[in-house]
Design a protein around this ligand. Structure first.
Ligand SMILES: Nc1ncnc2c1ncn2[C@@H]1O[C@H](COP(=O)(O)OP(=O)(O)OP(=O)(O)O)[C@@H](O)[C@H]1O
Ligand SMILES: [Mg+2]
Length: 254
């Protein structure tokens, strides 16, 4: 029966995102050129590169949120864009409508919509999952506050909680550390590591080439094309960094 074959596939296919020959253009602007990558589960993977390098575009294209010119992105051998319920994605801050009139609880409950279905009441399991996620990011004191009234770092923690409530297999955060303090940054990294250790795919766009780079196991260095990818030490090499950033930049080499 079909079901048996499906389970067999799950066991034999690695929990890996495979991107092949991906090209993306916005009208006349070529944003990504022939991107070939694998992203492994169980690892903290960072995407780095200068402003406008195509980091956000790569994420949106692989999840099927914007059109691609050619290429494909698969997870466990199947089209990634058709597995959206397995993806928890927190866009870059500027892409979020902060005036949205919802409380912390509402926003985190949205993570349960796919499991519940629109127009259905949330189950006790869903309510418990949302509360557990809010607790995990240390935001219970804010549960009935409108999301628009929170600081940038607090908002990031709530969006992380929403992705946790979703119980996804692939977690993706676009520049989650922008404007957050060291304490929140540490909370976010801690949870990202827990997700990776639990065998999930964790993909984080990160601007900082300083010491926080050591938090990542694997890196993707991007500037319209993949300049380097693989384990952190193999990517953080002067030649590749200078090629990506177009000149001398300081970075944490260890
Ligand atoms: N909606 C759009 N329409 C036209 N061009 C776009 C659009 N979005 C992005 N671009 C262009 O595509 C390129 C890649 O943009 P992208 O936002 O993916 O870069 P990024 O690496 O995420 O940059 P940042 O570090 O500033 O977030 C840039 O040249 C950008 O100007
Ligand atoms: Mg971006």
């Amino acid at each position: 029966m079909g079901l048996t074959t499906g389970f067999d596939n799950l066991h034999t296919l690695p929990r890996t995102i495979a991107i092949d020959g991906l090209n993306v253009a916005y009208r006349e602007v070529e944003a990504l050129r022939n991107v070939n990558l694998t992203v492994k589960a169980g690892r903290m993977t960072g995407i780095i590169g200068p402003n406008g390098a195509g980091k956000s575009t790569l994420i949106k294209a692989m999840f099927g949120l914007i059109p691609t010119s050619s290429g494909r992105a698969q997870f466990e051998g199947k089209n990634l864009a058709e597995q959206r319920d397995r993806i928890a994605y927190v866009p870059q801050r500027s892409a979020i409508d902060w005036t949205f009139p919802a409380t912390v609880r509402d926003v985190v409950m949205m993570g349960r919509v796919r499991k519940t279905g629109w127009f259905h009441r949330f189950s006790p399991t869903s309510r418990r999952a949302a509360i557990a996620a809010i607790e995990r990011v240390g935001m219970m004191d804010f549960i009935d506050r409108p999301i628009g009234n929170l600081s940038g770092g607090q908002q990031q923690r709530i969006f992380l909680a929403r992705s946790l409530a979703q119980e996804a297999d692939i977690f993706c955060f676009d520049e989650p550390f922008t404007g957050v303090d060291k304490k929140t940054e540490a909370i976010l990294f801690q949870i990202f590591h827990e997700l990776a250790d639990a065998g999930q795919v964790v993909l984080v766009v990160n601007h900082d080439l300083g010491e926080t780079i050591t938090q990542f196991d694997d890196l993707i260095l991007l500037n319209h094309e993949v300049i380097a990818s693989g384990n952190r030490k193999s990517v953080m090499q002067t030649e590749a960094i200078e090629r990506a950033y177009g000149g001398h930049v300081n970075f944490y080499a260890a």
